[in-house]
Design a protein around this ligand. Structure first.
Ligand code: GDP
Ligand code: IMO
Ligand code: MG
Length: 409
């Protein structure tokens, strides 16, 4: 069985937590896109793991994980992350594989990324990890791939500074690299999880262009980066928060505004610890945007939603969601393609009664407060997609399963 996990908003929805949770019953985890711009958090017991490149299944000592073909891999970042994992007691040698079709990120890309963003008319607020530059080099057909490092005929074509940087990594990369297409043969009948990075609204094509990342963070990315065709995918899980966040610049129609929402933005940021894993930047916060979520569901064939951070709303009298936009005096429920239009969009809001109870220890769906279930039911009806998992806290065990994932279609 092949299950894809993607973010259905602007990233940081809790993909790492959910992939870690589901990995227990999987045979292999393949991260399919992005690079060290991602920050996926896994909390288990007293330990917190912050992953950027390594797939979230790595925490289980018996699981194999793969960095997929559509990823862009910064060797420095990869080995420092692996070193940290080792120090946290996670033995990774022999379990972490790299698709030899993946591209590399060199130090100069990171410098160029920062320079370029500063020069943009409308800076994106990138993570400065060289992601856009690596994907541009790839599209320009001038990138360096993992496979190139295993090719003695290629190495002399590297520029001296590239060679100097890459030399210490060549042997390690050779040992870890695989032809993913052949590698996946063994997993034909196995349970494979495809872990996305970023979110559908940060995808280069589907997202709020130009305020997006440069990889493919939609479900389609699993095919591009995971050596699997669309007909072999059995389910797509779309992870979303009970509210919205966004890091960096770009339109965000439901962003909390003090004149309308008082201190709600800061309160949600503090209760939800909404600070970036990769850059430490405070995340922008806002209401759940249902037209945006419906757009993600449709464009990714999301079969089941995973609602996270529901506990963050525990103490509030009211929960508010966006059910449409007012743009240039007209009401619309479609997610606009144009960033300018999205920037002019005023959210149409609907208010729900809060549950005013601590739900962080709840284990079964039936035990959730009635108000929470009504909120979930409304979301399901609006986006026409079931919510199969509800997350009520960062810890692995704080996960309420309503519909099992590893069942046959
Ligand atoms: P990812 O990039 O999608 O993997 O998400 P991040 O790790 O960047 O951000 C999600 C943050 O929320 C992390 O600090 C998680 O530990 C935490 N988290 C995940 N699920 C929940 C949840 O249901 N409730 C709360 N309160 N925190 C959560
Ligand atoms: P995970 O996987 C949230 C954002 C950056 C910036 C834009 C482009 O943890 O959900 P880039 O460095 O990729 O060129 O930056 O995309 N961004 C993310 N925001 N979560 C992420 O990943 C992100 N990866 C990139 O903040 O606005
Ligand atoms: Mg993140």
């Amino acid at each position: 069985m092949k299950i894809v996990v993607i973010g259905a908003q602007w990233g940081d929805e809790g993909k790492g937590k959910i992939v870690d949770f589901l990995a227990e019953e999987s045979d292999l985890v393949v991260r399919f896109s992005g690079g060290a711009n991602a920050g996926h958090t896994v909390v288990h017991g007293d330990a917190t793991y912050k992953l950027h490149l390594v797939p979230s299944g790595v925490i289980y000592q018996d699981k194999k994980v793969v960095l997929g073909s559509a990823m862009v891999i910064d060797p420095e970042s990869l080995f420092s992350e692996l070193q940290t994992l080792q120090e946290q007691g996670i033995a990774w040698e022999g379990r972490v594989f790299l698709s030899d079709r993946a591209h590399l990120v060199l130090p100069s890309y990171k410098e160029r990324d920062r320079e370029l963003d500063a020069q943009r008319r409308n800076p994106i607020g990138t993570t400065g990890r060289g992601i856009g530059i690596a994907y541009a080099q790839k599209a320009d057909r001038d990138g360096i791939r993992v496979a190139d490092l295993a090719d003695d005929d290629f190495l002399p074509s590297l520029r001296p500074e590239e060679r100097e940087f890459l030399d210490p990594y060549i042997e390690r990369f050779r040992k870890m690299s695989v032809n993913l297409s052949s590698f996946m043969e063994e997993y034909r009948e196995a349970r494979v999880l495809y872990e996305g990075a970023q979110g559908a609204l940060l995808d280069l094509d589907m997202g709020t262009y130009p305020f997006v990342s440069s990889g493919c963070s939609t479900a389609a990315g699993a095919c591009l980066g995971g050596a699997v065709g669309p007909m072999d995918i059995d389910g797509v899980l779309g992870v979303f928060k009970a509210y919205s966040t966004r890091v960096g610049n770009g339109p965000f129609p439901t962003e909390f505004r003090s004149e309308r929402d008082g201190d709600l933005g800061n309160q949600i940021r503090e209760i939800g610890h909404e600070y970036g894993v990769t850059t430490g930047r405070p995340r922008r916060t806002g209401y759940l945007d249902l037209p945006a979520l419906r757009y993600s569901c449709r464009g990714n064939s999301i079969t089941s939603l995973v609602l996270t951070h529901l506990d963050v709303y525990d103490q509030f009298d009211e929960i508010t969601v966006c059910v449409g936009y007012r743009i240039d005096g007209e009401e619309d429920t479609a997610f606009p393609s144009s960033c300018r239009r999205l920037e002019r969009a005023e959210p149409i809001l609907k208010v729900f009664k809060g549950w005013k109870r601590d739900i962080s220890g709840i284990k079964s769906y039936d035990d959730l407060p009635r108000e929470a279930k009504e909120y979930i039911q409304f979301i399901e009806d609006f986006v026409d997609t079931p919510v199969g998992i509800v997350s009520v806290g960062p810890e692995r065990s704080q996960t309420v399963i309503r519909q099992g994932v590893w069942q046959s279609r």
